[in-house]
Each structure stands twice: as structure tokens, then as C-alpha cells.
Design a protein around this ligand. Structure first.
Ligand code: BES
Ligand code: MG
Ligand code: ZN
Length: 469
């Protein structure tokens, strides 16, 4: 556990040194002896056998208070404190920029996450207490909010990291119900028969190869009683994507238990929003299915229908996410009071080719809404970048013998996938975020290996800054 407290005084202090700004005899000596060079992120631990003394953390001057480098520095600092067995430390906030402190604390809190659900010997939990002296109330409130949001992030990470043998549509839907029991989030779960009644043909086609029945889950949080209108979050919920008859090679299939990361992000975000009692209305929807092979599975060349009625030619059974999302987005646009729809999905391999593993790809039909999503992402350290929609690419999405096709030749895979989805948004301001390359991976920045929970913080920030009464 990493505890942030406010009044406990310890004999070990943390000194934030903004490029040699912090003046003390000891620091001057350290610099002179070249034991410490005050470079961004550098840590020097000067403590005795009782682990009392001073810990220096260097930070670049002029960094924006929410810069990712500060989060990473906080994460590395916490790891170092554990390694050095410094478990209790003070930071005097009197002279510090509160924004910088809260961002640093965020990094420290991130160091607390490790996924050890499947280890019979659990990893040691890190025990650190950071006591912030002279913290203004606004900083304390901010840190409380950070703890709630990070809890939402970690809930999403746990869901994503849980393997498909345990997390499948029914079990995942049950977990969601459990998570929100007794809270202000009302959960509706639709089973296969009810999904059939809704006419979600595209979603059903994708799930048809699996013995596990699909589920459609709607989570409603109404924190603003003045209106029944709301923003809607949509998440891709493939609890496993084998590719179907376009079977993925084993190595590419290995990770496909994470193909519900969009879904997990919307669950984690609405959890944080409701825990913080934001005065906003938010509905989160996710269609849960498994894409497998069997005598019941959908096939290449099939032409299927959708809830909207648009017909779709199956060029690839591995372009399944957009099929499940087509019905989910259409549901959000026509069966709910959505003023805006933001959708997150591990949708294409191409997003990683274009953007690597730190940037989220975006497609939008509304400049104003997108700019809000962009600002939210930038602020929290989950940068997203918008790609253009062109008439030529809009044409490419059309089918030869059906209205649309799900696999589009000619490149620009991130864009054509987004255009396909936009077709089902019925003119509601819509943003699509492709998180295929950012949702899961090796340890980096302030993330432990495995799921990152990407999207939770963007969604939270988007609502907190733009959709509250
Ligand atoms: N779930 C995958 C996308 C993916 C790829 C996520 C790699 C994470 C890592 C998605 O369903 C998929 O298979 N997309 C295809 C689409 C193509 C067939 C048009 C892809 O990107 O190859
Ligand atoms: Mg696929
Ligand atoms: Zn997929």
C-alpha cells in the first residue's frame, strides 16, 4: 500500500530539486563531488541505518505541472524508496507548485499496481507512506480525486489482464454487476435472446462461433437530475479475438484476451465518475462477445445485417470489432439520449504502425467535441491524435454487393475503421479512439507490464472538465 498522509512528521525528507534550485550545504557538496548532477529524474538517497536523512529528486525546470516526465519520476522514486527500504518520508509542500506535487504523487501511486492474480506466491506489496506537510486543501482534494481515478484505472487493468478462460461475456457481465452493486450506477445486462430482440445482427454474427453466449451491458450514472441527456461511452468488448476463420497466427492471438480493453476503460471511467459523484450524466455501453471458430461461426464472404439495417460484406472475420461496435454505437445513438458518443476500441494493428505504443489514434465527426477529447488526453498523459476523413476513403468503405464492407483494401486501416463506425453514429457528435497499441504491453514510463488502463483518465477528465453541471 502506498499511503498519502498529511500531518505525520518523519525524520526522512524528500527534497525536490529543480535543477539545483534547492539550496543546501549538502546539495552543494553532492553537486561538487559529482555524486548528483540534478538531471531530470535523478534520485540520490542519503540516509543512515535507520533510513533517516534526505532523498533528492531532480526535476527539469519549467516542466508543465502535468508533464508525463513528472509522473515517471514519481514512479521511479517510489521504486527506489522500496529498494532502499525508505518507507516513511515527508515532503514539505510550502514552497512547491501544487500541480507538480499532485502529478508526482500520481506517479508514486501508479507504482502500487502489479498484476499477480495468477501467482500462487503473491508479490510483496510496497509499503510506503508519503506525508505531505503544509499541503493546501486544494492539493488534498486533488490527491483524493487521483486516488479514485487510479482505482478506476486499476479496475480496468485487472479486467484486461484477466485471461479469457476466466473472463468471458457472462462472467465479465457478472463482474460488472458486482462492481456497481449498491452504487449510483444502474446496470442492465441483456442476454442473447434480448440481444436478438434488439436486432443486433452484427454483434450476434461475431459471437456466433463461440459456445459462450454474448452479453450487452448498459451502465447508467445520472449525477445531474436537471436533464436526462448524457454523454455515452462505448467500449469494444471482445473477450477473446482469435480472428475467426481469418485465424490469427498463434503469436498475434496470444494477447487477444485484451481485446476488451475499450470496454474495461468505459467501466473504469464510469466507476471513477460515480465514486467522485461528478454532477454529470454518463452512460457506458459495451457488447461482449468472443470471436471463435466452429460450425456456427460467421464466414468470409457472408453478408450480414446490423441493428441499423445496413448490410455488411464480411471481407475478414478478424475485422470483428467494428461489427460489434456498429450495433453498440447505433444503440447509443438511437435508444439512449446521447448528446455525444465517445468510443474506445482495440480496433486495428495499423494504429501501432502509425503511432507506436504511446499515442492513441482518433477519428471524429465533430471538431468541437474532438478538441475537448484532445485536451483531456493531453492533460492526463494519454495523447491522442486525429486522422482525417476523406471522400475517397468514405467510398472505400462501401461494399460491392452490400452497403458496407468490414475489411477495406488500400491502406489507411485506422481511418477506414473509424469511417465504418461513424456510419452508425447517426449524426451524433462522435469520437473514436483506437487503443489497440496503447492498451497493453511491456513495462514503460509509469506502467507495470500488462494492461495500462488507457482511456480511463481521458474519459474522466473529459467529463470532469466539460460535462458537469
Ligand atoms: N483486435 C484486433 C486488433 C489488434 C491488433 C489489437 C493487434 C491489438 C493488437 C482487431 O480485431 C483486428 O484483428 N483487426 C484487424 C483488422 C483488419 C482485418 C481489417 C487488423 O488490424 O489486422
Ligand atoms: Mg480481429
Ligand atoms: Zn479484435
Amino acid at each position: 500500500m502506498i499511503k498519502i498522509t498529511y500531518d505525520n512528521k518523519f525524520n526522512t525528507k524528500l527534497v525536490l530539486d529543480l535543477e539545483g534550485k534547492a539550496k543546501s550545504k549538502e546539495l552543494e557538496l553532492l553537486l561538487e563531488k559529482k555524486l548528483f548532477s540534478a538531471k531530470q529524474g535523478e534520485i540520490f538517497v542519503n540516509v543512515n541505518l535507520n533510513r533517516e536523512g534526505t532523498v533528492y529528486l531532480a526535476l527539469e525546470k519549467g516542466l508543465d505541472g502535468c508533464h508525463d516526465k513528472i509522473r515517471t519520476a514519481g514512479f521511479n522514486l517510489a521504486k527506489k524508496l522500496v529498494q532502499e527500504k525508505v518507507s516513511k518520508i515527508n515532503l514539505d509542500c510550502k514552497e512547491e507548485d501544487p500541480k507538480l506535487v499532485s502529478t508526482l504523487i500520481q506517479g508514486i501511486l501508479y507504482s502500487n499496481y502489479n498484476f499477480d492474480k495468477y501467482k500462487t506466491t503473491k508479490l510483496d506489496k510496497e509499503e510506503i507512506e508519503v506525508s505531505l506537510l503544509n499541503a493546501p486543501k486544494a492539493l488534498k482534494d486533488k490527491i483524493k480525486e487521483l486516488e479514485v481515478v487510479i482505482n478506476g484505472v486499476n479496475i480496468a487493468r485487472d479486467f484486461v489482464n484477466t485471461r479469457a478462460i476466466d473472463l468471458y461475456p457472462e462472467s465479465y457481465a457478472n463482474e460488472i454487476v458486482k462492481l456497481f452493486k449498491g452504487s449510483k450506477v444502474k446496470v442492465e445486462v441483456y442476454d442473447k435472446k434480448q440481444i436478438e430482440e434488439l436486432g443486433m445482427h452484427a454483434l450476434l454474427a461475431v459471437g456466433s462461433g463461440s459456445d459462450k453466449e454474448p452479453r450487452f451491458v448498459v451502465m447508467k450514472y445520472f449525477g445531474n437530475s436537471e436533464t436526462d441527456k448524457h454523454i455515452t461511452f462505448v467500449g469494444k468488448g471482445l473477450t477473446y479475438d482469435s480472428g475467426g476463420y481469418d485465424l490469427k497466427p498463434g503469436k498475434s492471438m496470444f494477447d487477444m484476451y485484451d481485446d476488451m480493453a475499450g470496454s474495461a476503460a468505459v467501466v473504469g471511467a464510469i466507476k471513477a465518475i460515480s465514486d467522485m459523484k461528478l454532477k454529470a450524466n454518463v452512460v457506458a455501453v459495451t457488447g461482449l462477445v468472443e470471436n471463435l471458430i466452429s460450425g456456427h461461426a460467421y464466414k468470409n464472404g457472408d453478408i450480414i445485417s446490423s441493428m441499423k439495417g445496413s448490410t455488411i460484406e464480411i471481407g475478414s472475420t478478424d475485422a470483428e470489432g467494428r461489427l460489434t461496435l456498429a450495433d453498440t454505437i447505433y444503440y447509443a445513438a438511437t435508444k439512449l439520449n446521447s448528446t455525444h458518443i465517445i468510443e474506445l476500441s482495440t480496433l486495428t494493428g495499423s494504429v501501432g504502425v502509425a503511432f507506436g505504443s504511446d499515442i492513441v489514434g482518433a477519428i471524429a465527426n465533430d471538431d468541437d467535441f474532438y478538441s475537448k477529447v484532445f485536451e483531456a488526453g493531453k492533460h492526463v498523459g494519454e495523447l491522442n491524435w486525429r486522422l482525417p476523413i476523406t471522400d475517397t476513403l468514405k467510398e472505400a468503405v462501401k461494399g460491392e454487393f452490400a452497403d458496407l464492407r468490414n475489411s477495406i483494401p488500400g491502406g489507411a486501416g485506422v481511418i477506414t475503421a473509424g469511417i465504418f463506425l461513424e456510419h452508425f453514429s447517426e449524426g451524433v457528435p462522435f469520437v473514436h479512439l483506437d487503443i489497440a497499441s496503447t492498451a497493453n504491453g511491456g513495462a514503460k514510463r509509469y506502467y507495470a507490464a500488462g494492461a495500462t488502463g488507457v482511456g480511463v483518465r481521458t474519459l474522466y477528465k473529459l467529463v470532469a472538465s466539460n460535462f458537469c453541471k
